[in-house]
Design a protein around this ligand. Structure first.
Ligand code: CUK
Ligand code: CUA
Length: 641
């Protein structure tokens, strides 16, 4: 990098944070107290970011008339929400409560607006991570320190190809991807708290281990693994083999336990076989015990990773310090999440109307892990995922009933086991209320629900089917992410708005805006490419390779023309030397598939072969000024002799 790069402007820009832009009174009051105070005093209209009231005359929104989710033009939201994009392979960033989509972050697939997968750095990253053209993101989790969001990274799984990606939250871009060995279909993703010691990838599909052609027709011998990934290096530190499929996971908040749900304890390969048994497991991984086993060399190295045997018959599970505890829960559980106070892990039944509440402290003490089950409330049909408001309530999606059920965790514990339904459909006395959502919900997420201190005001229900909620747009409908206000226990949950979304959000994380501090321009110290000052523009030719170094700014590239020979391999290193935020340029070269994005102070490199003689206009694809269309230069490819 060049040491003459001016940084003054950047510093000046960075000092004006989002928090300061909001009303100073607002930023001093915890959000949840504010909502209470606002509702009581009706004083919300005077505070920035909260000045409008919804009209009372829309049927769906009538009940939400006193809930303020309106963010006026030019005002900022209170929260960032990171939503997975499913098999679009990306993460979307929303503002909450407006539900405005602020940004898309491509992760596992190329994306042309951001030039992701087009420049040498990101295309090599995608290539090194397996070279797949797509991925399936489900679970975005944001790094924490001391059980609170630290603004460093988000992580997300690839269910399609068994990978985990890291997103840098300074630049809101994917900066690392690991192709997890021995895992086919990484489904759950989450962090071990309080300080994000590991990111866990939960392997879903059982396969032969190693999957190298052995045991093809011997499903009894297939296994799945969890992978513990170092968040700094993104290396897989160790894996644990288990029986049965795995599904979702959540890490405890005090560093010891990691929980994963799983279906298919039957070891079957067909749907009827996988749902034959009435029970499956929540697996509780004792992380320090696993680390000790790895330390003691009690593992087999498979594809370069120490793999510890955590199957039920493993010697490591027979002593008084089992590395994996298998807890029996009703049939095919799906979501699992740890309560904010780290007291319970709650797993949802999916094919059973109950949720299973496991007492984390008791788990360490009991001989039979089933004795750590302290509640099993019957909630409704198809419970999938549970979120928290920090006031002792759990909110669980009911996929089949198309509802969100709010219930009281301690009441469920007190009622157990007398509340065990005999006929299976008797509702638990812990149920507080239910609200219809439109339509079948998968995950739901409440503001900062994954931390020790949820904010308790907003909840999003991520519904799979929107059916008739929006204008028809062909046979593939949008999904429907619904915003629900949960800040008033007396008035109850209120549905506030529908948000159509492109296929297909699964999970999300909601983070207070003041916990992130995204950069406004790049810092050249943060990347390896050479920063090209205007006077450093150069064309270096040697042996069929041409290296063009140039800057870009309004409204020119460093060279008006670049001449190469047919067949030359050409590398462009281009810096956007602008220091004004939001003035982007790009380098697009027709018919050579070249497209790199250049935000202010960003440098990217792209390498391609100039294989057709002719004249090609290199242009800037961002509308950067009134002379944007004139921002172009010629690439002249001379015919080979
Ligand atoms: S999820 Cu991945 S199948 Cu319920 Cu966490 Cu949608
Ligand atoms: Cu630079 Cu358009």
């Amino acid at each position: 990098m060049s040491d003459t790069t001016p940084t003054d402007d950047r510093d000046a820009i960075d000092s004006e944070t989002t928090a300061e832009k909001r009303d100073p009174l607002f930023s001093r009051i915890p959000r949840r107290d504010f909502m209470k105070a606002g509702a009581a005093a009706g004083a919300m209209g005077s505070l920035a970011g909260c000045t409008g009231l919804l009209s009372d005359d829309d049927d769906d929104l009538a009940a939400a008339g006193d809930v303020d989710s309106y963010v006026p033009p030019g005002e900022h939201d209170d929260y960032y929400a990171f939503l997975s994009g499913g098999h679009s392979g990306e993460i979307r960033v929303y503002g909450i409560p407006s539900m405005r989509q602020l940004m898309r972050i491509p992760v596992f697939g190329r994306e042309s607006a951001r030039g992701y997968g087009y420049d040498d750095r990101t295309s090599e990253m995608l290539e090194d991570a397996g070279g797949y053209s797509w991925g399936d993101t489900h679970h975005p989790r944001v790094s924490q320190t001391d059980n609170d969001y630290d603004g460093r990274w988000a992580f997300v799984n690839d269910k399609a190809n068994g990978r985990m990606a890291r997103i840098d939250l300074e630049y809101f871009e994917t900066d690392a991807i690991v192709d997890i060995p021995n895992q086919q279909g990484t489904h759950g993703a989450c962090c071990l708290l309080p300080d994000t010691k590991y990111v866990f990838g939960v392997g879903e599909f059982r396969v032969p281990m190693p999957n190298d052609g052995q045991d093809l027709d011997d499903p009894e011998n297939y296994t799945s693994t969890i992978a513990a990934i170092n968040p700094e290096t993104m290396n897989v530190e160790w894996e644990v083999l288990v029986d049965g499929n795995m599904d979702n996971g959540d890490g405890s908040k005090q560093g010891r336990w990691f929980f994963a749900t799983g279906y298919n304890s039957e070891s079957a390969t067909t749907e009827s076989g996988m749902s034959a048994s009435d029970t499956d497991w929540v697996k509780a991984f004792d992380v320090p015990a696993i680390e000790d086993a790895v330390e003691a060399g009690e593992y087999e190295e498979i594809n370069g990773v120490p793999v510890v045997d955590g199957t039920r018959d493993s010697p490591l599970n027979s002593g008084d310090r089992p590395i994996v505890r298998y807890v029996d829960v009703a049939k095919s559980p799906h979501g699992v999440s740890v309560t904010p106070d780290n007291q319970y892990a709650i797993a949802s039944g999916k094919l059973d109307p109950t949720a299973t509440v496991i007492d984390i402290e008791q788990l360490a003490e009991v001989d039979d892990p089933n004795d750590a089950i302290v509640a099993r409330p019957s909630l409704g049909m198809g419970p999938l995922h549970t979120a928290y408001d920090g006031r002792g309530h759990a909110y669980t999606t009911l996929f089949i009933d198309s509802q969100v059920v709010k219930w009281d965790i301690e009441e469920a514990v007190e009622a157990y086991p007398d509340d065990e339904p005999e006929d299976g459909d008797q509702e638990s006395p812990a149920v507080v209320e239910k609200i219809d959502v439109h339509y079948n919900p998968g995950h739901l997420i409440a503001a900062e629900s994954y931390t020790a201190d949820p904010q308790g005001d907003w909840l999003i229900s991520l519904n799979k089917l929107s059916k008739d909620r929006f204008l028809p747009v062909g046979p593939m409908h949008p999904e429907n992410d619904q915003l629900i206000y949960i800040g008033d226990d007396e008035e109850g949950m209120k549905l506030v708005k529908d948000t159509p979304s492109y296929a297909e959000p699964h999970d999300a994380s909601i983070v207070s805006a003041d916990k992130l501090d995204p950069a406004k321009v790049y810092d050249p110290e943060d990347y390896d490419e050479e920063y090209i000052e205007p006077d450093a523009s150069d064309i270096i030719r040697e042996d069929g390779h041409v290296h063009v170094k140039m800057h870009s700014q309004r409204n020119e590239f460093g060279f008006q023309e670049v001449t190469v020979q047919e067949g030359d391999e050409v590398t462009f290193t281009v810096t956007n030397i602008e220091q004004t935020p939001d003035v982007l340029h790009s380098l697009a070269i027709p018919e050579h598939d070249v497209n790199i994005k250049l935000a202010p102070q960003e440098t990217r490199e792209v390498t391609f072969t100039a294989d057709e003689p002719g004249v090609y206009w290199m242009y800037c694809a961002f509308f950067c000024s009134a002379l944007h269309l004139e921002m172009r230069s010629r690439l002249i490819v001379e015919p080979a002799e």
